[in-house]
Design a protein around this ligand. Structure first.
Ligand SMILES: [Mg+2]
Length: 168
């Protein structure tokens, strides 16, 4: 299903190298707002180390953000020392495919991590990339996200029910 992620977890740091390896992931597309930083541009503890460790294991990264705040996205990308795309218009495919080109990988070897189903998950799924949904860092969010959250929460709970059923 287009609206369901391939994997759902609390935060980016829960995405472990072994898990990525098992799923043949060689590159990661990262969302910025509420995935990497909060409303005040603050990274959660351990996020920089998470990126560094995966880089050492050979993983490639690219930021794909819908934000038009070049300053903010560049700050995040420079801090992590990875390439970035802004104003990406997710869930449209363009940003994902451009990131794929930058990383020089096949789509089946790319995971996209984000906190929103409507943009991050659907976009990744449309590109047939491995979609990973994380819980948003901060709930203090721009109004567009606020409007979308109730719908997202409904989808997440039906997704969790489905996963639970499959495990039985
Ligand atoms: Mg986000």
């Amino acid at each position: 299903m287009l609206i369901y992620p391939n994997f759902y977890c609390d935060n980016v740091r829960e995405v472990k190298y072994e898990f990525l390896k098992e799923n043949n992931i060689k590159g990661i597309i990262l969302d910025v707002d509420n995935t990497l930083i909060d409303y005040y541009r603050k990274f959660e503890d351990g996020t920089l180390e998470w990126v560094d460790n995966l880089k050492k294991q050979g993983l490639k990264f690219c930021i794909v953000s819908n934000s038009n705040n070049l300053n903010k996205v560049k700050y995040v990308a420079d801090t992590l020392n990875i390439p970035f795309l802004t104003f990406a218009k997710k869930p449209f495919k363009t940003g994902f495919l451009e990131a794929q080109k930058i990383m020089g990988l096949k789509r089946e070897n790319i995971a996209a991590i984000g906190d929103q189903i409507m943009t991050d998950v659907i976009g990744a799924n449309r590109c047939k990339m491995f979609s990973i949904l994380v819980k948003p860092i901060a709930e203090k969010d721009i109004w567009v996200t606020k409007v979308k959250r109730p719908i997202e929460n409904k989808i997440i709970s039906s997704y969790l029910k489905k996963v639970k059923k499959e495990k039985v």
